[in-house]
Design a protein around this ligand. Structure first.
Ligand code: BES
Ligand code: MN
Ligand code: ZN
Length: 501
C-alpha cells in the first residue's frame, strides 16, 4: 500500500473510506470540524447518532457512492484521557483490516485529528502509517493466494489541512513507512522455515538487502571463520551439513567513515534443534525463528541506510544451524573463542551464547566501538521470567539502558531491565576451561547475560537484549499475525535514529 499526501485541505480530500477517530462522550463533528468539510453528509448520517465510540468499536457510515468521500469508518478510542499511542496503533490496524475486507482501493486519514489526541502530532502520524502497513503484513510467500480474498488497498493518503501542513508531517509518515518496512523484513526472514533458510542463504539474503539499501556486506565463510578463530560459532554449526557464516554489515555515510561505530550483534541460528541436547518436539518448529536477533539487526540497519541517517553503524549476524549429528559438538567439549578464552560446553542447546561470544570478541578486535548492543532469542528462562510481552534488557550503563528503553517505548516494544548480578558469575567457573558456558536452571537469563559480558572488555558500553518469548507471536492480532513478531527491529532503528550519545 502506497502512502500519499493530500495537502489542499478537507474540501479537496478524496478516498474510498475516511478514517475518523471518535472518543467516548464527545461529538465527533464538533471535535473535528474538518470532517464536516470533507464529508458534509456525515452530519445527517443516522448511524453516527447510534455509534458508541468505545475502545475497539468500528462503525461504517455511508454517503452517496459518487461522492469524493463516499464512506467514513468511525473508530472508537474510548475516553480521550485514556488514549495512548498503543491504542491508536491497534485501532488503525483494525480499521485498515476492515478496509481490506470491504475491498476498497483507497483510504484517507485526516491528519488534523491526530493533533488533538495525546501522543504528539508527528509521533502519531508515524505510528498510524506504521500500524496501517503492519496491519496488511502477511507471510504468504509459501502458499497459494486464496481465491476469495481482496487485495490490500492501493493507497493510504494523509489528509492535511491546507492552511497548516505541519513541517514534519510528511517526514513523519515516511519514518512510519520505513519502520513498517523494517519490521516486515524482520518478520519475513524469521518466518522463513529452516529448510529454506540456511546460514549461507541468510547471509546471501543479507548481502542482497545490503546491496539494495546502501550497506556494505562482507561474509565470512567456514575457512574465514577458522582463520579468524571463531571456533565457538564453528562448534555450534559443526553438526549441520550447512556450515556457519558471519555476516558483517556496515553503514558509514560520507563524512562519518572515521566515527566510532555503534556495533549491533544478532543471534542468527537459522534452526535450533538443541543439538545433541535435543529439544522436546512440541514447539521445536518455532526454533526457525532463532535468527530473529540477526533479522532485527539487518532490517533496522537497512532501514537506517535508506533513511540516510548521519551515523556509522556496524552489524554482525552470527549465523549457524544447531543440529545433532555424528559430527556435532558435545557437552564437555572445550572450544576457544575469538579472544583466546577457552569455553567448556555444558549443554549444546545453549548455542546462542557461543555464537554471540565469538562475534562480540571478534568485533572488539576489529573496531573501537562507540557502544555494542546484542539482540538474541537467548533463553527460555527470560520468557519464563518476563512472559511474552516483555523482553529482557541487560546493561551496566544507566544512560544506554534508558535510551534503549525509551526507543522501545516509542516502538511499542517493551523491555524490562534485569540485573547483571556479579555474584552469579561464580557459577560460570569451570574446572577445565577459562569459563563454563551455562550455569543452573535458576536465573538462567542472568547467567547467560553474564557469560556474554565476560567477552566484553572492561569499560566498553554494552547492552544485551534477550528477545526469547517476544519474538514469537502466538495469537494473531491486528498488528501481527501468528508467527514471527519482528520484535527489536523498530527498537534498534529508533535507537540509531537518535544516536547513542
Ligand atoms: N533458542 C533458545 C531459547 C529460546 C527458547 C528462544 C524458547 C525462544 C523460545 C536457546 O538457544 C536455548 O535453547 N536456550 C536454553 C539454554 C539452556 C540450555 C541453558 C534454554 O533456554 O533452555
Ligand atoms: Mn538452544
Ligand atoms: Zn537458540
Amino acid at each position: 500500500m502506497e502512502v500519499r499526501f493530500q495537502n489542499l485541505g478537507p474540501e479537496h480530500w478524496k478516498g474510498d473510506v475516511l478514517l475518523a477517530f471518535a472518543c467516548e462522550g464527545e461529538e465527533l463533528l464538533q471535535e473535528n470540524p474538518e470532517l464536516d468539510k470533507a464529508a458534509p453528509w456525515l452530519a445527517v448520517a443516522p448511524a453516527l447518532r447510534d455509534f458508541k465510540p468505545k475502545e475497539g468499536a468500528l462503525a461504517l457510515l455511508h454517503g452517496h457512492p459518487e461522492l469524493a468521500i463516499p464512506r467514513v469508518l468511525a473508530i472508537g478510542l474510548g475516553k480521550r484521557e485514556d488514549v495512548t499511542p498503543e491504542r491508536i496503533r491497534k485501532a488503525v490496524a483494525s480499521a485498515v483490516q476492515r478496509c481490506r475486507a470491504l475491498g476498497v482501493t483507497s483510504i484517507l486519514l485526516p491528519e488534523p485529528q491526530l493533533g488533538r489526541l495525546p501522543g504528539g502530532r508527528e509521533r502519531l502520524v508515524e505510528e498510524c502509517v506504521c500500524a496501517a502497513q503492519l496491519a496488511l503484513y502477511r507471510f504468504d510467500a509459501l502458499k497459494k493466494a486464496p481465491k476469495d480474498e481482496n487485495p490490500a488497498p492501493e493507497w493510504l493518503a494523509l489528509g492535511f489541512d491546507g492552511e497548516s501542513v505541519p513541517d514534519g508531517g510528511h517526514a513523519a509518515a515516511r519514518r512510519g513507512e520505513s519502520a513498517a518496512w523494517a519490521v516486515s523484513l524482520a518478520r519475513d526472514l524469521a518466518n522463513m522455515p529452516g529448510n529454506l533458510l540456511s546460514p549461507a542463504l541468510l547471509a546471501e539474503r543479507a548481502a542482497t538487502v545490503a546491496e539494495e539499501s546502501g550497506l556494505t556486506c562482507e561474509i565470512l565463510d567456514e575457512d574465514a571463520l577458522a582463520r579468524e578463530g571463531l571456533d565457538c560459532l564453528r562448534a555450534v554449526g559443526q553438526g549441520s551439513t550447512r556450515p556457519p557464516r558471519l555476516v558483517v554489515l556496515e553503514y558509514a555515510p560520507a563524512g562519518h567513515e572515521q566515527e566510532k561505530p555503534l556495533i549491533l550483534v544478532g543471534k542468527g541460528i537459522t534452526f535450533d534443534s538443541g543439538g545433541l541436547c535435543i529439544k522436546p518436539a512440541a514447539n521445536m518448529y518455532q526454533m526457525k525463528c532463532d535468527m530473529s536477533g540477526a533479522a532485527a539487526v539487518l532490517a533496522s540497519m537497512a532501514a537506517l541506510a535508506r533513511e540516510g541517517a548521519p551515523r556509522r553503524v556496524v552489524g554482525l549476524l552470527a549465523c549457524a544451524e544447531n543440529m545433532p549429528d555424528g559430527g556435532a559438538f558435545r557437552p564437555g567439549d572445550v572450544v576457544t573463542a575469538a579472544n583466546g578464552d577457552s569455553v567448556e560446553v555444558i549443554n549444546t542447546d545453549a548455542e546462542g551464547r557461543l555464537a554471540l561470544c565469538d562475534a562480540l570478541a571478534w568485533a572488539q578486535k576489529r573496531w573501537t566501538p562507540a557502544a555494542i548492543v546484542d539482540i538474541a532469542t537467548l533463553t527460555g528462562a527470560c520468557a519464563v521470567a518476563l512472559g511474552t510481552g516483555l523482553a529482557g534488557l541487560f546493561c551496566d550503563d544507566d544512560g544506554l539502558a534508558e535510551r534503549l528503553g525509551a526507543a522501545g517505548a516509542v516502538a511499542g516494544e517493551n523491555y524490562w531491565r534485569l540485573p547483571l548480578w556479579q555474584p552469579y558469575a561464580e557459577q560460570l567457573k569451570s574446572e577445565v576451561a577459562d569459563i563454563k558456558h551455562t550455569a543452573g536452571r535458576e536465573g538462567g537469563a542472568i547467567t547467560a547475560a553474564l557469560f556474554l559480558r565476560h567477552f566484553v572488555r572492561e569499560g566498553e558500553l554494552w547492552a544485551h537484549l534477550d528477545i526469547a518469548g517476544v519474538d514469537w507471536n502466538a495469537k494473531t492480532t491486528p498488528l501481527c499475525p501468528e508467527g514471527a513478531s519482528g520484535f527489536g527491529a523498530r527498537t534498534l532503528l529508533e535507537l540509531m535514529r537518535g544516536g547513542i550519545q
